[in-house]
Structure formats: C-alpha cells, structure tokens
Write a protein that binds this ligand. Structure first.
Ligand code: ADP
Length: 577
C-alpha cells in the first residue's frame, strides 16, 4: 500500500478541504438512517393509531426533508471533492513534470517518450481515481456500514447477526481477488504504455512510414500492441466477472437469512411488521456500501499500479548539481580545456584520455569519422553526461564543481538538427533570452541571415512554426536556431554540424552568420565541410575517442596524415582552395 499512502500524503496539503469533505461524508452517511426509521414509525405507530393519522403529513414532510438533507450534503461533498481532487492531481502532475526536467539525459536515453507521456497524463489521472472515488466510496461506505450496522444490532441483535453472516465470506473473497490484482493491473498499464509509445513514434515518423510504404507493417505492429491491451484487460475483467457476482450472491444470502429469521421473529411476536420493514430497508443500506467497498478494492489496485509507475519516476535520481555548485563570474575569458578526459555511455569506452585546448577567442574544429566521439565532447562540455575521469575546465575552474545553470549560461549550442518548439518564431527565440525585445530579435535574425524569410512569413515573428518546426525548411530552421544562439550572446559557442543539412548557397549564407557568431568567442565546431574548418585556429582529428592529429589546416595537410586523407577522399576536398 506504500504508493497509495504516498498519494494520500498529498492530501495533507489541504486540511480545510479534507475536513469539509469528511464532515459532509459523515453527515450524509448517517442521514440515510432517517427514512427507514420514519417508515417504521409510520407503520407501527401512525397507521394502527387513528388519533395520530393527522400526523402522517408531518412524517412524510420529515421523510422528504431527510432526503433533501442527504442529497444537499452530497452536492456539497461533490463540490468540495472536485476541488480537493483537482488540486491534488495538479500538485502530483506538477511535481512529476519538475522531476522529469531534473532527470539526467541518460535516463531519457533508455525511455520511450510515449511511456513517459502515459505516466504524466494517464497514470496521474488513474491515481486520482483512488482519491475521488476512493474517498467517496471508501469513506461514505465505511461510515454508512458502521452506522447502519449499529442501528441494526440495537434493533434486534439476533436478526442483525444473521444479516452480517455473509461478511466473512465477502472478506475472504476480497482477499483472494486482491492477491494478484496488482500484477493484473500493472500488465494492463504497461500494455497501454507500449501502445502509446508506438503511436508517438509512428506519428513523429509518419513521413518515413509513408515514403517506405510501411503502413501495413505498422498497422500490424499497432494491432499487436493493441491486442496486448485487449488481452490484459480481458484477464482483468475475467477476474472481476467472477468476483463481483459471487460477492453479490454472498450479500444477497443476507437478505434471505433475514427474511427467514425475521419472519419467524414476527411469527413469535418478537418483532413488529414495522420492525421487519425497517430491517429490510436498513439491510439495503447495509449491503450497498459493501458493494461499493468491493469496487473500491478494484480501484485501489488499479490506482496502485498507476501510482507505482508515477513514483518510479519520482524516485529516480536527479541530475547532479542542477542548480547548486559554484558559479562562474559574469565575465569570463572562456579558456576551455579537456585534460585526459575519459567517458563511456555504458560499458563501451567512448572517449579515451582526450586532451583539447581552446584558448580564449579561438575556434577549434573537431573532425573525424562518424562515431569518433565528436558530439560526445560537446555533450560533456554541456554536462549532459558526467565524464568518468580527467578534467574539463573553463578559465581553470573544473566544470564538475559548477552549477549546471551557471555553466550552461556561458554556452550557446547549435545542434545539427535544429530543434524548434511548436510555437511562434518569437517564442522559439525568447527561449535564449526571456526578455528579448523585438529589435534585438530582428538584429539576431539579420545576423543569422534569417530576417528576410521571417519578414515574408504571414505573421512575421508571431508565425507558428509547427511541431519541431515542420512548417519551415531545413535552412530556415537552422537560421532560426543560429539567431537563437546569437541572442543568447554566450562566450562559448558549440556548433555541431550546423550547416550539414542545407544546400551550398544556404550554407554560405549560414556560414557567414556563423562567422559573425564566432567572432570574439571561443568556439567548438564539428563540421564536414572544409569551408567551415579551414579557418579554425586549431583542428583536432579524432578517432575512436582520442585525438590522433592536431594543428592548423596547412600544418595538417603538410603532415599527409589522416586529415590530408579526409580532405582528399571526401567532401572536404571539393572546396579546397
Ligand atoms: P560523432 O559525433 O563523432 O559521430 P558521437 O560522439 O555521436 O560520435 O558518438 C560516439 C559513440 O558513442 C558512438 O559509438 C555512438 O554510438 C555512441 N553514443 C552516442 N550517443 C550515445 C548515447 N546517448 N547512448 C549510448 N551511446 C551513444
């Protein structure tokens, strides 16, 4: 029950709403006894007594008032409960989102986006069910059960004993049902998560699916996972189909027993007709909460499976030093060094005792074959991942001692795949500088050679760029992301194949923008094209996680080594002067 208890710990934040909820639920549960009692009085005292016939109207009015009270209280309880529950769900979801943002990148590397989304959206809602329905069913049912049971025993303890005889059977049934319920519900949640993950992937990759004519295969994959949900749900329902009617049968036995023993008490004169009707009405109110508690049992297990999945995220370890640690001074010269840095994503070493030196204002180019570890160098400088050994320093300060927010303030990172968020051009730009004015944005766009295309967009800065910037071309996206980096005005610039995906005319425009961006900054550039690399102050040729050559373009060409070979063999050659 640990997860459910943790859900309830969120309730403590709202003592006022909890008290109001408890107050309404208690009064409501107790108020159900009024009608059976009034019925008993009418049958036993009013009907046989002609002198009191005139009182009938009063008792009928009282009966109406008792239901008015009960349902009025219920109305208030539902209002209170809705606010209570939505506040708690908001808090859980907000904590969960904050937690997700604090998780390290390697956590995301091994997760499916659809699964994370299922947890934030669906599982939190399922957890909420134990709060709304759980409180309604559990609290009201429990109080009603105790109150009605007490009145039954006070009325006739022998008949009441027969009425409560099925209770142990119900408890044993609930125990048997609950034993594996958690696994059944977990299987259903996981199946649903897998389907969401596939759906998320396939919708993001819908262009690939269409262009490879893979619709049928993907439909089959979808149906396979959808069938898993059907199987898991049917398994759940099979148990419920057996459990629910059997328990209902056991409760109904109570009615039969009371009919038998109540009737004999009536024959023996131990009970009046009014008492028996009173008893039967009470019995209805006694078994109604028993049925609700059965449903609650089902709900607790379903919500527990969801809560387990939510708390699994909450319990994951945060990214270290996200906000605590030293800060860099406001002005830095931006001298970046990698000394003997080693790193492995998993067991496979990726960087091996790597040494790099980027003096202030210098542009460092990283070249080498795919998989050499170039992008990893930039990831480590960003501290997306923590290096295993060696030192990465900025102006002599080890970046491991810095708070990540202070470190990342000094870095502007332009990735190969220019990622834009589904929002306006303005929203995408202000990500880099929250309070940027329109003038500043236009200046940055101008410098990034992007002002003219933004001016031609229907709503200019307010034009929506679509999901991942799908409404813009590759070059346009790239220019926006360069403008974003310019706006950030950070002293260290990281460019990961920023011009790889654009044509040569666009590339020369973007290159001009990048040259402006690199002025007076320390820059790390990963590029395949010579035009980007040849003007670098120093070129590091990487292979298998280490540096095999370093020098200027001309020095490296003269050396006739790997760099010269790369220049001859590949794209680098075509632009050689
Ligand atoms: P480059 O930029 O030189 O092409 P990378 O730095 O991207 O190379 O990758 C270096 C090696 O690390 C590759 O073998 C790649 O498969 C592996 N790698 C890169 N990113 C990850 C990751 N997030 N998880 C596990 N392995 C990774």
């Amino acid at each position: 029950m640990k997860s459910n208890l943790r859900v309830f710990s969120y309730l403590k934040r709202y003592p006022g709403l909890a008290t109001a909820q408890f107050f309404c639920a208690t009064l409501m549960a107790v108020s159900v006894i009024f009608f059976p009692k009034i019925t008993q009085i009418v049958i036993d005292d009013i009907v046989p007594n002609p002198a009191r016939h005139d009182d009938l109207l009063f008792w009928i009015f009282l009966a109406t008032a008792s239901y008015f009270l009960k349902d009025g209280l219920n109305c208030a309880r539902i209002f209170v409960n809705n606010h209570f529950e939505q506040n708690v769900v908001f808090d859980i979801r907000s904590d969960l989102y904050q937690k997700i943002q604090r998780l390290p990148l390697n956590w995301f590397d091994s997760r499916r986006t659809g699964d994370i989304m299922t947890r934030v959206v669906e599982d939190v809602t399922s957890m909420e069910r134990v709060l709304i329905d759980g409180i309604e069913l559990g609290l009201v049912a429990f109080i009603q059960l105790i109150a009605v049971g007490l009145v039954m025993y006070l009325t006739d303890w022998q008949v009441a004993l027969w009425a409560t005889l099925p209770i142990p059977i119900l408890l044993i049934g609930a125990w048997i049902y609950s034993k594996d319920a958690r696994h059944r519900h977990k299987a259903e949640r996981n199946a649903s998560s897998s389907l969401n993950s596939l759906l998320h992937d396939n919708i993001a990759g819908i262009r690939q699916i269409k262009s490879y004519a893979a619709e049928d295969e993907e439909h089959t994959n979808f149906n396979r996972l959808s069938h898993e949900i059907r199987k898991a749900t049917l398994h759940l329902m099979k148990w419920w189909a057996i459990y629910n009617p059997s328990m209902s049968f056991a409760s109904m036995l109570g009615y039969v027993l009371v009919l038998g023993f109540g009737a004999s008490a009536l024959i023996e004169g131990r009970m009046s007709g009014g008492d028996l009707v009173f008893f039967f009405l009470l019995l209805g109110l006694f078994y109604e909460p028993v049925g609700k508690l059965r449903q609650l049992n089902q709900m607790i297990f379903s919500s527990r499976a969801a809560a387990d999945r939510v708390f699994e995220i909450m319990d994951s370890e945060n990214e270290p030093n996200a906000s605590d640690g030293e800060s860099l001074p406001p002005e830095i010269t931006a001298h970046v060094r990698f000394d003997n840095v080693s790193f492995a994503y998993g067991s496979q070493p990726t960087l091996n005792k790597l040494n790099l030196d980027a003096p202030p204002g210098h542009t460092i180019a990283l070249v080498g074959s795919t998989g050499a570890g170039k992008s990893t160098v930039l990831s480590l400088l960003n501290r997306f991942y923590e290096h295993d050994s060696g030192t990465i320093s900025i102006d002599g300060t080890d970046i491991s001692a810095l708070s990540k927010s202070s470190l990342r303030e000094k870095l502007a990172y332009v990735t190969q795949e220019a990622f834009l968020f589904n929002g306006s051009v303005r929203e995408n730009l202000t990500l880099a500088k929250r309070d940027a004015t329109d003038d500043e944005m236009w200046l940055a766009l101008e410098a990034a050679n992007g002002a003219s295309f933004v001016r031609n967009l229907p709503d200019k800065l307010d034009t929506n760029v679509g999901e991942r910037g799908v409404k813009l071309s590759g070059g346009e996206k790239q220019r926006l992301s360069i403008a974003r980096a310019l706006l950030k005005n950070a002293p260290i610039l990281l460019l990961d194949e920023a011009t790889a995906s654009v044509d040569s005319e666009t590339e020369s425009q973007i290159q001009a923008a990048l040259d402006r961006l690199m002025e007076n900054r320390t820059a790390f550039v990963i590029a395949h094209r010579l035009s980007t690399i040849q003007n670098a102050d120093r070129i590091y040729v990487m292979e298998k996680g280490g540096v095999i050559e370093e020098g200027t373009h001309n020095e490296l060409l003269a050396r006739e080594g790997k760099y010269a070979e790369l220049c001859r063999r590949s794209f680098l050659a075509e632009r050689e002067p």
